[in-house]
Design a binder for this molecule. Structure first.
Ligand code: BGC
Ligand code: BGC
Length: 823
């Protein structure tokens, strides 16, 4: 709780701060946030610096104006920069954010749309025009599990599953395939690998880490860097290599309570021993870039911590590539805004990721170099590092683009992904040797995730959060059901997919139930307990129904972290942790289904790289810690040779499940704990049908002034507001408003006037609207302390039915109606 408050205070301080005009006073870092480089193991960039490259960079820098140098230090997002704007603002880089489509606007379009986008920026940057030194842009993307933003790409398992494989050689192949598919899409740079070492499984980015221990991460970081970039100093874009970015420096996975962008309250020894190894091995492997973390170390934002970015990273660890910032993260440094932050550049940031405020940051940074706030030597150091990477990557070569048709989702790459899926599965339970599925067996396949590639790919897939993707979004991919069906039939059995779990016809020999978490990314995935489906145990109900019919059950669990699933384990004869396997669902059947002769096709190889919790309250229960007492220990994973029986497990969660939910307030038919939906004033209410459910909606008739409210505990929505989340309302206007209708988040000084919105809705028709949280903040909502995430105000004559209220992560189509209404 304390950390929650601290984190929100820091965020509020950052958000409300004013631009710094004069040189900021030198504020020494607190002692416990000052690193001591001598304590750290030494490392050194390999392959980045050579005389020829440095001489070329020197000659370029001699010709560059200050404006052009500052431009190299700024990266905008393709959704907010037009290629021609680079003529006035010569930015060194652009990125494609998780929700940013190519310039065609179609993010499910052909790869050519991405290549055209990359070329549009590159061509302006290398134009010959007076006063301009042609320097190609470097285009970065979150290719974090394959070239995962591009339609048709091979999607590899997320890192948590890869950690379970313990196979660095395969990691290098995955890196090489990812690089080829990224380069063939026009991208120069992958924002990966993530070498975080998550310590608290409630963190929404747990799945981005290979392991809770640094050992695997250390090996994998080097393997991925080699795969993406090639041997140190050799990788060039023309050969299908891209720059890697090891992230997020440092201890993003060590924040207190697992809060995303929070504060790592740890000593320097832990920083070095737990969180740094992936950087050391990645730098030694020649990593061209390092991404700084949003998070803080002992209260100091890493983006402003010179002792970490400069003294440790560039000093002791000998890093000679460049440090890129995270998404507007510099704006969180006290005294900074997203548009102005000399502190961060002075601390050692070389390139700021500033998606939309790039113009203002450019102008302010230029001024600050001119007035000496940012020393010229610092600028020259940053620019040299950036140009060095561009040269080494081959971006200056006339034969720049990597031309490779048909490499996206190629059979070779899919085969690598399929192998990774098979190797990553961890067998938690196999009582009475229910697995493998025997030849000739009659198999029922069911569960929410059985035939849903969107579920098995998770976050950071085609969009930031990866929500709403359907099988049609993954041409060439296979669902887990698809793989099971082929393998079962090939072994002479029969497979039936039942979407609702109902058994029709003869009783199956075995049921495979595929279920788990739904996609999320970053802070949206932060949870407050490790209980799976708190308060709403849908999967458990399905398992119980099958067991009641005497059908043996195999559970395949899709998740981005270990979760407390004791009730589900008890209802399963066999239980497989499949993590987030990606686009090649056949890899699951490769292990689960025996060959025609009855012997296993492939055995289980996966071993847990995270400890599995015994209660929903074992958030941070990591190997090596005092009192370590997991349900399944780090390294656990059965094979077909093991004959172990897992007994009945305790079903006491050990925590209050209602604390877990800050984003879903109302779903058809009910408010979701801990939230309540109610009204006050002159409002009458009753249940009506809606959301495909009998009595799925609540109807409110205003006979005078009144409110409809969602209320509950105080929650902090600061990060959700910054990340452009919106409040989504699914509703139907039954009688158009005669008076004013307002919306607000909590006790806002000036509610948002939503009259026109509700007046424009066709009475009798279900519809939905998304209102950016930022819109409520601008109208005075205290987003840091929200006890009522939804307040609808109305007056006599208005009737509305509500079927859903929740936070939505996709900014597309969100509107901020009207100006704030007078109270
Ligand atoms: C994430 C990074 C990511 C960047 C660009 C940030 O919010 O923290 O991991 O690379 O966005 O999408
Ligand atoms: C972007 C992501 C980014 C996130 C940061 C999203 O809108 O698409 O790339 O990581 O914001 O909060």
């Amino acid at each position: 709780m304390r950390a929650l408050i601290t984190a929100s205070l820091i965020a509020i301080a950052a958000a409300s701060s004013v631009p710094v005009l004069a040189a900021p006073a030198f504020v020494p870092l607190p002692a416990n946030a000052t690193a001591h480089p001598a304590l750290w193991p030494a490392a050194h960039s390999v392959g980045l610096v050579d005389a020829k490259t440095e001489a070329f960079v020197t000659s370029l820098m001699k010709q560059m104006s200050l404006r052009e140098k500052v431009g190299q230090m700024i990266q905008g997002d393709i959704a907010s920069v037009k290629p021609k704007e680079l003529r006035e603002y010569p930015l060194g880089s652009v990125l494609g954010g998780g929700n940013s489509p190519p310039l065609s606007g179609n993010d499910r379009g052909p790869v050519g749309d991405w290549i055209k986008t990359a070329e549009a920026f590159r061509q302006v940057s290398i134009e010959k025009r007076p006063g301009h030194v042609p320097i190609p842009t470097i285009f970065g993307m979150d290719s974090v599990h394959g070239n995962s933003n591009v339609f048709g790409a091979t999607i590899f398992p997320h890192n948590i599953g890869l950690g379970a494989m313990r196979d660095p050689a395969l990691m290098e192949k995955i890196g090489a395939a990812t690089a080829q598919e990224s380069a063939a899409s026009g991208f120069d740079w992958a924002f990966g690998p993530t070498v975080t070492v998550p310590q608290d499984d409630r963190w929404g980015r747990t799945y981005e880490g290979y392991s809770e221990r640094p050992d695997i991460t250390k090996l994998y970081s080097a393997a991925m860097v080699r795969g993406l970039q090639g041997a140190p100093g050799t990788g060039r874009i023309q050969n299908g290599k891209v720059a890697a970015s090891i992230k997020h420096f440092l201890a993003d996975g060590g924040t207190h309570n697992g809060i995303d962008q929070g504060d790592a309250q740890i000593d320097e020894k832990t920083l070095i021993e737990t969180h740094a190894p992936g950087y050391i091995s990645g730098i030694d492997a020649g990593a061209m870039t390092v991404m700084a973390s949003f998070s803080s170390w002992n209260g100091v934002k890493n983006h402003g911590n010179k002792s970490l970015l400069t003294d440790v990273l560039k000093g002791r660890l000998g890093f000679e590539g460049f440090v890129v910032g995270d998404w507007n993260a510099h704006g969180q440094v006290p005294g900074c805004t997203t548009a102005d932050c000399p502190q961060s550049f002075n601390a050692g940031l070389d390139m700021a990721m500033v998606p939309s405020d790039w113009k203002a940051l450019f102008d302010n940074t230029l001024k600050e170099v001119q007035d000496g706030t940012i020393p010229m030597a610092r600028v020259d150091d940053a620019v040299r590092r950036i140009l060095r990477v561009k040269v080494k990557l081959g971006l200056f070569d006339p034969a720049r683009p990597y031309e490779q048709k048909n490499i996206l989702g190629s059979p070779e790459h899919r085969a690598i992904a399929r192998q990774a899926v098979a190797e990553s599965l961890v067998l938690l339970k196999n009582n009475n040797a229910l697995l493998p599925i025997r030849p000739g067996q009659k198999v029922l396949v069911t569960g929410t995730h059985a035939d849903d590639i969107g579920m098995q790919t998770g976050g950071w897939t085609l969009s930031w959060q990866g929500t709403g993707n359907t099988n049609a979004d993954f041409p060439g991919a296979t669902s887990i059901w698809g793989g099971l069906k082929s393998a079962i039939e090939a072994a002479g059995g029969t497979a039936t997919l039942s979407r609702d779990g109902k058994v029709t016809g003869a009783k199956p020999d075995v049921a495979v139930v595929v279920f788990g978490e739904t996609p999320y990314a970053e802070m949206v995935g932060d949870i407050s307990t490790l209980e799976f489906q708190p308060g709403d145990k849908q999967a458990l109900a399905e398992l119980k129904a099958l067991k009641a019919q005497g059908i043996p059950v195999v559970s395949v669990f899709i998740s981005g972290r270990p979760l407390w699933v004791n009730p589900e384990l008890n209802q399963s004869d066999a239980f497989v942790a499949a993590f987030l396997p990606g686009s090649e669902g056949e890899g699951v059947a490769d292990v689960l289904v025996a060959k025609k002769d009855g012997t296993p096709n492939k055995d289980f190889r996966g071993k847990l790289s995270y400890s599995w919790p015994k209660t929903a309250g074992q958030f941070a229960n990591n190997v090596g810690q005092p009192g370590y007492d997991p349900l399944f220990a780090y390294g656990y994973g059965l094979t077909y040779a093991d004959h172990k029986t897992i007994p009945q497990l305790s079903e006491v969660a050990g925590v209050d499940a209602s604390l877990a939910n800050i984003s879903v307030y109302y779903v058809p038919g009910k408010a979701v704990a801990p939230w309540k939906l109610g009204s006050d004033g002159a409002v009458t209410e009753k249940n009506v049908d809606g959301g495909g459910k009998q009595e799925g909606a609540r109807q409110y008739a205003f006979t005078g002034a009144g409110h409809v409210r969602v209320s509950g505990p105080s929650i902090d929505l600061t990060r959700q507001t910054n990340a452009q989340l919106s409040l989504r309302i699914d509703y139907r206007v039954d009688t158009a408003p005669k008076g004013k209708v307002t919306l607000s988040v909590g006790d806002q000084a000036t509610p948002v006037d939503a009259t026109s919105l509700f007046a424009a809705a066709t009475p009798g028709q279900w519809t939905s609207v998304k209102l950016p949280l930022a819109c409520f903040k601008a109208a005075g909502a205290d987003v840091g302390h929200v006890t009522q995430p939804f307040v609808l105000g109305g007056d006599a004559g208005f009737t509305v039915s509500i079927v859903g209220v929740k936070l939505d992560t996709d900014p597309a189509g969100a509107v901020c109606p009207g100006a704030p209404a007078a109270k």
